[in-house]
Design a protein around this ligand. Structure first.
Ligand code: CTP
Length: 221
């Protein structure tokens, strides 16, 4: 199957030398891309700026901002059977990034913010009945409630929620613990494990969802 993965943070420029971003290392998304390649799938990985080597056999598409990532996802959307949005997309950007370096003598900048595009919400209307979309939820509290809200609002088939408030898992850590919620109401848990192990387990469930959709679609056509 064709698997499209997004990974890492995005960045939004504040001025020519500064940006806003987040603590995502890209490890979870890269582990998912590697797991999908290992399982024999064709993989494209849309990656924000990270310090990781490209996974073997995976076509990496580098991006920087939320707009770049949206464009890259849109270009590759029709190609994929499974989309896994593991990227931590920055939600706001300055309405007008400064054209020149903001000088210390100017004092602390007052920035007017605007939202970046929500990629999953933007592409939801283009999802075909055969495609499976899985999101990630980065939470510091009310993990299950927030993850289920995102699952519904972004029209996803599954969402993997991780607690990003703890140093030993989630953002920038080597390991993760995932609570996975499915559109049919099912919930599953992946206990604390390396991101490679989490990736293989999550991928196996997502492969099943794709197979089910393919079967249902062939019955109905
Ligand atoms: N996401 C996206 N576009 C954005 C922000 C997030 O497509 N601009 C995707 C992420 O890749 C992830 C899912 O939406 O798969 C949830 O991201 P998360 O950062 O947890 O949630 P937000 O939508 O930003 O919501 P909130 O700020 O309420 O946590």
């Amino acid at each position: 199957m064709n698997v499209l993965v997004t990974a890492g943070p995005t960045r939004e420029a504040l001025d020519p030398v500064r940006f806003i971003s987040n603590r995502s290392s890209g490890k979870m998304g890269y582990a998912l891309a590697a797991a999908a390649h290992g399982a024999g799938h064709r993989v494209r990985l849309i990656s924000g700026p990270v310090a990781l080597p490209p996974p073997e056999g995976v076509n990496v598409i580098p991006v920087v901002s939320a707009d770049d990532m949206l464009t890259a996802v849109e270009k590759n959307l029709a190609w994929c059977d499974l989309l896994i949005m593991a990227a931590a997309v920055v939600d706001w950007r300055p309405r007008k990034p400064a054209r020149h370096k903001w000088k210390k003598s100017q004092g602390p900048p007052v920035i007017e913010w605007e939202p970046t595009p929500d990629i999953l919400s933007a592409i939801a209307p283009r999802k075909t009945p055969r495609q499976v979309f899985c999101g990630f939820a980065a939470e510091t509290r009310a993990l299950a409630r927030e993850a289920k809200r995102k699952l519904r609002e972004k029209n996803l088939d599954a969402i993997a929620a991780n607690d990003v408030s703890r140093a030993d898992r989630g953002f920038d850590a080597a390991r993760n613990e995932l609570a996975v919620f499915f559109a049919d109401g099912a919930a599953r848990h992946i206990p604390l494990a390396s991101k490679a192990v989490c990736a293989r387990r999550l991928l196996a469930w997502l492969e099943n969802l794709v197979e089910k959709k393919v079967k249902n679609n062939s019955k109905n056509s």
